[in-house]
Design a protein around this ligand. Structure first.
Ligand code: AMP
Length: 379
Protein backbone atom coordinates (compact mmCIF):
# COMPACT_ATOMS: atom_id res chain seq x y z
CA UNK A 1 0.00 0.00 0.00
CA UNK A 2 1.46 3.44 -0.88
CA UNK A 3 2.27 5.86 1.97
CA UNK A 4 -0.58 8.16 2.98
CA UNK A 5 -0.29 11.91 3.51
CA UNK A 6 -1.87 13.91 6.34
CA UNK A 7 -5.10 14.26 4.33
CA UNK A 8 -5.22 10.51 3.96
CA UNK A 9 -4.49 10.65 0.22
CA UNK A 10 -1.59 8.53 -1.02
CA UNK A 11 1.60 10.50 -1.66
CA UNK A 12 2.43 8.48 -4.74
CA UNK A 13 -0.37 6.46 -6.20
CA UNK A 14 1.92 3.54 -6.94
CA UNK A 15 1.28 0.33 -8.79
CA UNK A 16 -1.91 -1.39 -7.73
CA UNK A 17 -1.48 -3.71 -4.79
CA UNK A 18 -2.45 -6.48 -4.66
CA UNK A 19 -3.93 -6.24 -8.18
CA UNK A 20 -7.41 -6.44 -9.62
CA UNK A 21 -9.49 -9.24 -8.21
CA UNK A 22 -8.74 -12.36 -10.14
CA UNK A 23 -11.28 -15.17 -10.16
CA UNK A 24 -9.59 -16.52 -7.03
CA UNK A 25 -10.26 -15.17 -3.53
CA UNK A 26 -8.70 -11.98 -2.19
CA UNK A 27 -5.88 -13.12 0.07
CA UNK A 28 -5.54 -11.87 3.65
CA UNK A 29 -3.28 -8.81 3.59
CA UNK A 30 -5.16 -7.33 0.65
CA UNK A 31 -7.11 -4.11 1.05
CA UNK A 32 -10.87 -3.56 0.89
CA UNK A 33 -12.30 -0.11 0.13
CA UNK A 34 -15.51 1.02 1.85
CA UNK A 35 -17.43 4.07 0.65
CA UNK A 36 -19.06 5.64 3.69
CA UNK A 37 -17.74 6.05 7.23
CA UNK A 38 -20.82 5.42 9.41
CA UNK A 39 -21.61 2.57 11.79
CA UNK A 40 -22.12 0.02 9.04
CA UNK A 41 -18.69 0.90 7.62
CA UNK A 42 -17.23 0.59 11.10
CA UNK A 43 -18.69 -2.88 11.70
CA UNK A 44 -17.65 -3.99 8.17
CA UNK A 45 -14.12 -2.71 8.85
CA UNK A 46 -14.00 -4.66 12.13
CA UNK A 47 -15.05 -7.85 10.35
CA UNK A 48 -12.56 -7.30 7.50
CA UNK A 49 -9.76 -6.69 9.97
CA UNK A 50 -10.58 -9.98 11.78
CA UNK A 51 -10.08 -11.77 8.46
CA UNK A 52 -6.68 -10.14 7.95
CA UNK A 53 -7.62 -7.42 5.46
CA UNK A 54 -6.61 -3.76 5.48
CA UNK A 55 -9.52 -1.34 5.11
CA UNK A 56 -9.57 2.03 3.32
CA UNK A 57 -12.60 4.25 4.04
CA UNK A 58 -13.76 7.06 1.73
CA UNK A 59 -15.79 9.57 3.73
CA UNK A 60 -16.08 13.38 3.60
CA UNK A 61 -16.58 13.81 7.38
CA UNK A 62 -13.35 13.76 9.36
CA UNK A 63 -13.34 11.60 12.51
CA UNK A 64 -16.10 9.29 11.27
CA UNK A 65 -17.06 6.11 13.21
CA UNK A 66 -15.46 3.84 10.57
CA UNK A 67 -12.29 5.89 10.19
CA UNK A 68 -11.38 5.20 13.82
CA UNK A 69 -11.14 1.46 13.25
CA UNK A 70 -9.93 1.39 9.61
CA UNK A 71 -6.35 1.16 8.35
CA UNK A 72 -6.63 4.38 6.30
CA UNK A 73 -9.26 7.02 5.57
CA UNK A 74 -9.56 9.21 2.49
CA UNK A 75 -11.32 12.34 3.75
CA UNK A 76 -12.94 13.57 0.54
CA UNK A 77 -16.27 13.76 -1.27
CA UNK A 78 -17.59 10.38 -2.44
CA UNK A 79 -17.15 11.45 -6.06
CA UNK A 80 -13.76 13.16 -5.64
CA UNK A 81 -11.70 11.89 -8.59
CA UNK A 82 -8.35 12.03 -6.76
CA UNK A 83 -9.72 10.09 -3.79
CA UNK A 84 -11.40 7.53 -6.05
CA UNK A 85 -8.08 7.08 -7.88
CA UNK A 86 -6.35 6.55 -4.53
CA UNK A 87 -9.00 4.01 -3.52
CA UNK A 88 -8.59 2.14 -6.80
CA UNK A 89 -4.81 2.14 -6.41
CA UNK A 90 -4.89 0.66 -2.92
CA UNK A 91 -7.90 -1.64 -2.69
CA UNK A 92 -8.60 -4.74 -4.75
CA UNK A 93 -12.34 -4.55 -4.19
CA UNK A 94 -14.66 -1.80 -3.00
CA UNK A 95 -18.06 -1.85 -1.37
CA UNK A 96 -20.37 0.73 0.19
CA UNK A 97 -22.30 1.08 3.42
CA UNK A 98 -25.21 3.21 2.17
CA UNK A 99 -27.25 3.15 -1.00
CA UNK A 100 -27.09 6.84 -1.86
CA UNK A 101 -23.50 6.60 -3.06
CA UNK A 102 -23.30 8.67 -6.29
CA UNK A 103 -23.65 6.27 -9.22
CA UNK A 104 -20.86 8.24 -10.94
CA UNK A 105 -18.43 7.28 -8.14
CA UNK A 106 -19.08 3.59 -8.68
CA UNK A 107 -18.84 4.02 -12.46
CA UNK A 108 -15.49 5.81 -12.02
CA UNK A 109 -14.13 2.97 -9.86
CA UNK A 110 -15.31 0.34 -12.34
CA UNK A 111 -13.63 2.32 -15.16
CA UNK A 112 -10.40 2.22 -13.12
CA UNK A 113 -10.67 -1.56 -13.09
CA UNK A 114 -11.56 -2.02 -9.43
CA UNK A 115 -14.31 -4.47 -8.56
CA UNK A 116 -17.29 -2.87 -6.84
CA UNK A 117 -19.66 -5.22 -5.04
CA UNK A 118 -22.64 -5.11 -4.95
CA UNK A 119 -22.45 -3.91 -8.57
CA UNK A 120 -23.75 -0.80 -10.29
CA UNK A 121 -27.03 -2.50 -11.30
CA UNK A 122 -28.02 -3.35 -7.73
CA UNK A 123 -27.11 0.16 -6.58
CA UNK A 124 -29.04 1.93 -9.38
CA UNK A 125 -32.14 -0.24 -8.81
CA UNK A 126 -32.14 0.33 -5.06
CA UNK A 127 -31.67 4.10 -5.46
CA UNK A 128 -35.04 4.61 -7.15
CA UNK A 129 -38.18 3.30 -5.45
CA UNK A 130 -40.10 3.15 -8.73
CA UNK A 131 -37.33 1.23 -10.56
CA UNK A 132 -36.98 -1.04 -7.51
CA UNK A 133 -40.66 -2.05 -7.41
CA UNK A 134 -40.75 -2.37 -11.22
CA UNK A 135 -37.73 -4.70 -11.02
CA UNK A 136 -39.35 -6.76 -8.25
CA UNK A 137 -42.63 -7.25 -10.13
CA UNK A 138 -40.74 -8.10 -13.35
CA UNK A 139 -38.95 -10.86 -11.41
CA UNK A 140 -42.13 -12.35 -9.97
CA UNK A 141 -41.84 -10.69 -6.54
CA UNK A 142 -45.00 -9.08 -5.12
CA UNK A 143 -45.22 -5.49 -3.86
CA UNK A 144 -48.06 -3.12 -3.02
CA UNK A 145 -49.71 -1.42 -6.02
CA UNK A 146 -47.77 1.68 -7.03
CA UNK A 147 -47.64 4.49 -9.58
CA UNK A 148 -45.09 7.16 -10.43
CA UNK A 149 -45.70 10.92 -10.71
CA UNK A 150 -43.52 13.84 -11.77
CA UNK A 151 -46.01 16.72 -11.50
CA UNK A 152 -48.72 17.73 -9.02
CA UNK A 153 -51.40 16.75 -11.59
CA UNK A 154 -49.83 13.31 -12.10
CA UNK A 155 -49.62 12.91 -8.32
CA UNK A 156 -53.37 13.56 -7.97
CA UNK A 157 -54.12 11.13 -10.83
CA UNK A 158 -51.85 8.50 -9.22
CA UNK A 159 -53.66 8.75 -5.86
CA UNK A 160 -57.03 8.50 -7.63
CA UNK A 161 -55.82 5.38 -9.47
CA UNK A 162 -54.21 3.69 -6.42
CA UNK A 163 -56.93 4.81 -4.01
CA UNK A 164 -56.63 6.83 -0.78
CA UNK A 165 -55.23 6.51 1.80
CA UNK A 166 -51.92 6.16 -0.04
CA UNK A 167 -48.30 6.77 0.83
CA UNK A 168 -46.36 9.23 -1.33
CA UNK A 169 -42.57 8.78 -1.23
CA UNK A 170 -39.81 10.56 -3.12
CA UNK A 171 -38.42 8.17 -5.73
CA UNK A 172 -34.88 8.86 -4.57
CA UNK A 173 -33.00 9.57 -1.33
CA UNK A 174 -35.58 8.86 1.39
CA UNK A 175 -34.51 6.86 4.45
CA UNK A 176 -35.80 6.16 7.98
CA UNK A 177 -39.28 7.37 6.95
CA UNK A 178 -37.98 10.71 5.59
CA UNK A 179 -39.39 11.98 2.27
CA UNK A 180 -42.81 10.35 2.80
CA UNK A 181 -46.36 11.67 3.26
CA UNK A 182 -49.64 9.89 3.87
CA UNK A 183 -52.42 11.15 1.57
CA UNK A 184 -55.90 10.74 3.06
CA UNK A 185 -57.80 12.25 0.09
CA UNK A 186 -56.84 12.62 -3.57
CA UNK A 187 -57.39 16.41 -3.32
CA UNK A 188 -54.41 16.61 -0.94
CA UNK A 189 -52.03 14.95 -3.41
CA UNK A 190 -50.83 18.14 -5.16
CA UNK A 191 -49.96 19.87 -1.88
CA UNK A 192 -48.15 16.75 -0.61
CA UNK A 193 -46.21 16.55 -3.88
CA UNK A 194 -45.07 20.18 -3.44
CA UNK A 195 -44.26 19.60 0.26
CA UNK A 196 -41.96 16.72 -0.75
CA UNK A 197 -40.02 19.20 -2.89
CA UNK A 198 -41.77 18.84 -6.26
CA UNK A 199 -39.43 15.96 -7.14
CA UNK A 200 -40.48 12.70 -8.84
CA UNK A 201 -42.46 10.51 -6.43
CA UNK A 202 -43.99 7.08 -6.16
CA UNK A 203 -47.51 6.66 -4.80
CA UNK A 204 -48.02 3.39 -2.94
CA UNK A 205 -51.21 1.67 -1.82
CA UNK A 206 -51.53 1.51 1.97
CA UNK A 207 -50.39 -1.93 3.02
CA UNK A 208 -52.53 -3.62 5.66
CA UNK A 209 -49.75 -5.90 6.85
CA UNK A 210 -49.91 -8.06 9.97
CA UNK A 211 -46.16 -7.93 10.60
CA UNK A 212 -42.98 -6.41 9.24
CA UNK A 213 -40.27 -8.98 8.65
CA UNK A 214 -36.91 -8.91 6.91
CA UNK A 215 -34.64 -11.44 5.38
CA UNK A 216 -30.88 -10.92 5.25
CA UNK A 217 -29.41 -12.87 2.35
CA UNK A 218 -26.03 -13.22 0.70
CA UNK A 219 -24.65 -14.26 -2.67
CA UNK A 220 -21.00 -15.11 -3.26
CA UNK A 221 -18.85 -14.48 -6.32
CA UNK A 222 -19.50 -18.06 -7.43
CA UNK A 223 -23.29 -17.57 -7.26
CA UNK A 224 -23.72 -19.54 -4.00
CA UNK A 225 -26.51 -18.08 -1.85
CA UNK A 226 -27.57 -18.30 1.78
CA UNK A 227 -30.26 -16.70 3.92
CA UNK A 228 -30.44 -15.97 7.62
CA UNK A 229 -33.59 -16.78 9.62
CA UNK A 230 -36.32 -14.12 9.38
CA UNK A 231 -36.29 -11.10 11.69
CA UNK A 232 -39.47 -9.45 12.99
CA UNK A 233 -39.13 -5.66 12.97
CA UNK A 234 -40.84 -2.89 14.92
CA UNK A 235 -40.53 0.74 13.81
CA UNK A 236 -41.27 3.95 15.70
CA UNK A 237 -41.61 7.20 13.77
CA UNK A 238 -40.20 5.54 10.65
CA UNK A 239 -37.03 4.41 12.48
CA UNK A 240 -36.26 0.80 13.35
CA UNK A 241 -36.59 0.34 17.11
CA UNK A 242 -36.45 -3.45 17.64
CA UNK A 243 -35.76 -6.69 15.78
CA UNK A 244 -36.73 -10.07 17.22
CA UNK A 245 -34.96 -12.99 15.60
CA UNK A 246 -35.31 -15.71 14.62
CA UNK A 247 -38.93 -14.56 14.15
CA UNK A 248 -41.74 -16.98 14.91
CA UNK A 249 -42.47 -18.30 11.42
CA UNK A 250 -43.77 -21.44 9.72
CA UNK A 251 -41.48 -23.37 7.40
CA UNK A 252 -43.73 -22.25 4.51
CA UNK A 253 -43.15 -18.59 5.36
CA UNK A 254 -39.39 -19.10 5.67
CA UNK A 255 -39.38 -20.93 2.31
CA UNK A 256 -41.34 -18.10 0.71
CA UNK A 257 -38.79 -15.54 1.98
CA UNK A 258 -35.95 -17.69 0.67
CA UNK A 259 -37.56 -17.87 -2.78
CA UNK A 260 -37.96 -14.08 -2.83
CA UNK A 261 -34.32 -13.59 -1.84
CA UNK A 262 -33.17 -16.03 -4.53
CA UNK A 263 -35.12 -14.13 -7.23
CA UNK A 264 -33.78 -10.74 -6.13
CA UNK A 265 -30.15 -11.93 -5.83
CA UNK A 266 -30.16 -13.69 -9.20
CA UNK A 267 -32.05 -10.85 -10.93
CA UNK A 268 -29.43 -8.32 -9.81
CA UNK A 269 -26.46 -10.67 -10.42
CA UNK A 270 -25.66 -9.70 -6.87
CA UNK A 271 -22.49 -10.16 -4.81
CA UNK A 272 -22.59 -9.42 -1.07
CA UNK A 273 -25.19 -9.15 1.70
CA UNK A 274 -28.63 -7.68 0.98
CA UNK A 275 -31.40 -6.65 3.39
CA UNK A 276 -34.93 -7.26 2.10
CA UNK A 277 -37.83 -5.67 4.02
CA UNK A 278 -41.07 -7.66 3.89
CA UNK A 279 -44.72 -7.10 4.73
CA UNK A 280 -46.49 -10.24 5.96
CA UNK A 281 -50.12 -10.20 4.83
CA UNK A 282 -53.06 -11.84 6.64
CA UNK A 283 -53.32 -14.49 3.88
CA UNK A 284 -49.67 -15.50 4.45
CA UNK A 285 -48.25 -13.76 1.37
CA UNK A 286 -45.01 -11.80 1.70
CA UNK A 287 -44.71 -8.51 -0.21
CA UNK A 288 -41.39 -6.72 -0.54
CA UNK A 289 -41.34 -3.14 0.75
CA UNK A 290 -37.78 -2.40 -0.32
CA UNK A 291 -34.29 -3.82 -0.33
CA UNK A 292 -30.99 -2.29 0.72
CA UNK A 293 -27.88 -3.38 -1.24
CA UNK A 294 -25.76 -3.59 1.88
CA UNK A 295 -25.62 -4.90 5.40
CA UNK A 296 -28.80 -3.89 7.19
CA UNK A 297 -29.89 -2.66 10.63
CA UNK A 298 -32.38 -5.55 10.84
CA UNK A 299 -29.40 -7.93 10.51
CA UNK A 300 -27.50 -6.64 13.55
CA UNK A 301 -28.94 -9.50 15.62
CA UNK A 302 -26.69 -11.90 13.65
CA UNK A 303 -23.64 -10.52 15.52
CA UNK A 304 -24.69 -12.40 18.63
CA UNK A 305 -27.29 -14.80 17.21
CA UNK A 306 -25.32 -16.54 14.45
CA UNK A 307 -21.89 -18.08 14.09
CA UNK A 308 -21.03 -15.89 11.10
CA UNK A 309 -22.64 -12.44 11.26
CA UNK A 310 -23.80 -10.32 8.33
CA UNK A 311 -20.65 -8.17 8.40
CA UNK A 312 -18.20 -11.07 8.09
CA UNK A 313 -20.55 -12.64 5.56
CA UNK A 314 -20.45 -9.52 3.36
CA UNK A 315 -16.65 -9.35 3.50
CA UNK A 316 -16.41 -13.07 2.69
CA UNK A 317 -18.74 -12.66 -0.31
CA UNK A 318 -17.06 -9.62 -1.87
CA UNK A 319 -13.59 -11.13 -1.27
CA UNK A 320 -14.58 -14.30 -3.10
CA UNK A 321 -14.34 -16.46 0.03
CA UNK A 322 -16.74 -19.30 0.82
CA UNK A 323 -19.92 -18.11 2.54
CA UNK A 324 -20.18 -18.73 6.29
CA UNK A 325 -22.99 -20.54 8.13
CA UNK A 326 -26.25 -18.58 8.55
CA UNK A 327 -28.14 -20.71 11.07
CA UNK A 328 -29.11 -19.19 14.40
CA UNK A 329 -27.33 -20.24 17.59
CA UNK A 330 -29.34 -17.97 19.93
CA UNK A 331 -32.60 -16.04 20.21
CA UNK A 332 -31.94 -12.29 20.04
CA UNK A 333 -33.82 -9.08 20.73
CA UNK A 334 -31.95 -6.21 19.04
CA UNK A 335 -32.73 -2.71 20.31
CA UNK A 336 -31.41 0.43 18.63
CA UNK A 337 -29.99 3.05 20.99
CA UNK A 338 -31.22 6.38 19.61
CA UNK A 339 -29.87 9.77 20.65
CA UNK A 340 -29.32 10.10 24.39
CA UNK A 341 -30.45 6.53 25.06
CA UNK A 342 -26.80 5.68 24.57
CA UNK A 343 -26.11 7.33 27.94
CA UNK A 344 -27.59 4.16 29.48
CA UNK A 345 -24.58 2.15 28.29
CA UNK A 346 -23.37 1.34 31.80
CA UNK A 347 -26.73 -0.23 32.73
CA UNK A 348 -26.70 -2.36 29.57
CA UNK A 349 -23.08 -3.31 30.13
CA UNK A 350 -24.07 -4.69 33.54
CA UNK A 351 -26.76 -7.02 32.11
CA UNK A 352 -25.26 -10.48 31.62
CA UNK A 353 -27.60 -11.31 28.72
CA UNK A 354 -26.86 -8.07 26.85
CA UNK A 355 -24.17 -7.52 24.24
CA UNK A 356 -23.43 -3.82 23.66
CA UNK A 357 -22.41 -2.41 20.27
CA UNK A 358 -21.52 1.31 20.31
CA UNK A 359 -20.61 3.28 17.21
CA UNK A 360 -18.31 5.91 18.79
CA UNK A 361 -20.34 8.84 17.42
CA UNK A 362 -19.26 12.09 19.10
CA UNK A 363 -22.68 13.76 19.31
CA UNK A 364 -26.00 12.21 20.39
CA UNK A 365 -28.53 14.10 18.25
CA UNK A 366 -32.22 13.16 18.75
CA UNK A 367 -33.12 10.02 16.78
CA UNK A 368 -29.51 9.40 15.71
CA UNK A 369 -28.43 5.76 15.77
CA UNK A 370 -25.69 5.74 18.43
CA UNK A 371 -25.44 2.00 19.04
CA UNK A 372 -27.52 -1.10 19.59
CA UNK A 373 -27.83 -3.90 22.08
CA UNK A 374 -28.47 -7.57 21.46
CA UNK A 375 -30.25 -9.32 24.33
CA UNK A 376 -29.44 -12.97 23.91
CA UNK A 377 -31.33 -16.07 25.13
CA UNK A 378 -30.69 -19.72 24.37
CA UNK A 379 -32.75 -20.99 21.41
P1 AMP B 1 -39.63 2.71 3.90
O1 AMP B 1 -38.94 4.04 3.97
O2 AMP B 1 -40.20 2.40 2.56
O3 AMP B 1 -38.78 1.61 4.46
O4 AMP B 1 -40.87 2.82 4.91
C1 AMP B 1 -40.69 3.00 6.30
C2 AMP B 1 -41.83 2.33 7.05
O5 AMP B 1 -43.09 2.91 6.63
C3 AMP B 1 -41.98 0.84 6.77
O6 AMP B 1 -41.14 0.08 7.57
C4 AMP B 1 -43.45 0.64 7.10
O7 AMP B 1 -43.64 0.59 8.50
C5 AMP B 1 -44.09 1.91 6.59
N1 AMP B 1 -44.54 1.75 5.19
C6 AMP B 1 -43.79 1.89 4.08
N2 AMP B 1 -44.53 1.68 2.96
C7 AMP B 1 -45.77 1.41 3.37
C8 AMP B 1 -47.01 1.13 2.70
N3 AMP B 1 -47.10 1.10 1.35
N4 AMP B 1 -48.10 0.90 3.46
C9 AMP B 1 -48.05 0.93 4.82
N5 AMP B 1 -46.92 1.22 5.51
C10 AMP B 1 -45.80 1.46 4.81
Amino acid sequence: MPPFSESGLPLQPGPREPGPLEPGPLEPGGAIGIIGGGQLGRMLADAASRLGFDVVILEPEPDSPASRVATHTLVAAYDDPVALRALADTAAVATYEFENVPAAAVAALVAMDIEVAPGARALATAQDRFDEKTFLNAHGVGTVAFAEASTAEEAAAAVTRIGAPALMKTRREGYDGKGQRWIEHAVDAGAAFEALGGVPVIVEAACDFVRELSVIAVRGRDGATAVYPLGENHHEGGILRRTIAPARASQALADQAERIAAKVLAGLDYVGVIGIELFEMADGRLLVNEFAPRVHNTGHWTQDGCECDQFEQHIRAIAGWPLGPTRAIAQVEMLNLLGEEVDGWARYAAEPETRLHLYGKREAKPGRKMGHINRVKPL
